[in-house]
Design a protein around this ligand. Structure first.
Ligand code: HMG
Ligand code: MG
Length: 307
């Protein structure tokens, strides 16, 4: 039995754009989010409050969030999240009026020590210690807290990552009070059975309603990995419009699985998402044009050609 409904968390504006070297105008980021909302996406990772020295593309995080949540622009049905690596990031996210705060923050660590060091300059245990006051403050303010575990399948520096490493970090996130655990294949090397084992490791500590898959598509396995998780009853997946993205600390890894490809799969399976594929293609075309390329996903190209 596959789930009847799937929640797609659109991460293109964050995971997608963070990896783009060419600057993208703040107004274009806001327009991208608007188009995604128009397509029916109800949960969007809008930006990240990380160090602009390390990820310059996200330096306009406050302006983007304020823009998408401005009166007359904001769609109150949509949940906006933002990545927050530390207390400084949370303070910046909460510096403006409450209406411009994210609904939810995402704290991110890794199942591999080397990646955690490269990405956030600390060990896994230190990252969890760093998150403790962040999660406590976010909770006190009534914000949701998602945790994300990078390199849950493989690490660019250490190779294969065992499920036990995922379970250990999932336990740490649970102990902190995160209400959600994302299992992330940062470099897109997982295959179906291994992805199921990594997800099972997270499910030792989180309910099936509180886990999600975040699959980069480097080796072309992401859709199969989504299907493998659907078979386990998992019903929340991150995806990135036009397959944008990657991580600046995972050289060679490609973007997330394209939202339009996941939607094409789910639609074919009769699984409801509330997202309109045609409107989603408008968002894919818009951002691809802004980046000076054609829509790279196969479903996106085929469906646009057939228009
Ligand atoms: P650090 O350099 O170790 O920290 O950064 P620090 O506390 O020593 O601070 C150094 C400087 O950064 C200081 O400024 C701080 O003020 C500043 P200076 O005195 O040199 O002028 N700083 C900040 N500025 C703005 N916002 C902040 C902030 N914190 C410190 N929040 C830190 C540690 C984690 C902040 C840094 O390493 C960083 O920002 N890394 C970026 C990590 C990142 O964005 N990675 C990509 C996102 S994660 C991802 O893509 C994976 C995911 O998609 C899942 C998957 O696929 O695996 C989620
Ligand atoms: Mg990612």
């Amino acid at each position: 039995m596959l789930p009847a409904h799937v929640t797609l968390v659109e991460v293109g504006p964050r995971d997608g754009l963070q990896n783009e070297v060419q600057p993208v105008a703040t107004a274009d980021k806001i327009e991208l989010v608007r188009l995604l909302e128009h397509a029916g996406l109800g949960h969007i990772e809008v930006t990240s409050f990380v160090s602009p020295k390390w990820v310059p593309q996200m330096a306009d995080a406050s302006a983007v969030l304020a823009g998408v949540r401005a009166p007359g622009v904001r769609d109150a049905r949509v949940r906006h999240s933002a990545l927050v690596p530390n207390l400084k990031g949370l303070e910046t996210a909460l510096a403006g009026p409450r209406a411009s705060w994210p609904d939810e923050i995402v704290v991110f660590t890794a199942a591999s020590e080397s990646f955690c060091q490269r990405n956030t300059h600390c060990s896994i245990d230190e990252s969890l210690e760093r998150f403790a006051p962040v999660v406590a403050r976010a909770r006190a303010e009534g914000l949701g807290v998602r945790g994300s575990i990078s390199c849950a399948l493989g690490c660019p520096y250490e190779g294969d990552v065992p499920p036990e490493a995922v379970a250990r970090v999932a336990a740490g996130l649970k102990a902190l009070g995160a209400d959600h655990c994302g299992v992330s294949d940062t470099i897109g090397v997982g295959t179906a059975r291994r992805v199921q084992a990594a997800m099972e490791a997270a499910l030792r500590h989180f309910d099936v309603d509180a886990v999600s898959g975040h699959f980069h598509d480097t080796c072309g396995q992401a859709l199969v990995n989504v299907y493998a998780c659907l078979q386990m009853g998992v019903h929340t997946f991150d995806a990135s419009v036009a397959g944008l993205g990657g991580c600046p600390y995972a050289r060679g890894a490609t973007g997330n699985v394209a939202t339009e490809e996941v939607l094409y799969l789910l639609r074919g399976l009769g699984i409801d998402t509330g997202v309109d594929l045609d409107r989603l293609l408008d968002a894919a075309s818009f951002i691809s044009a802004r980046l000076g390329r054609t829509v790279p996903s196969r479903a996106g190209r085929a469906l646009l050609a057939a228009r």
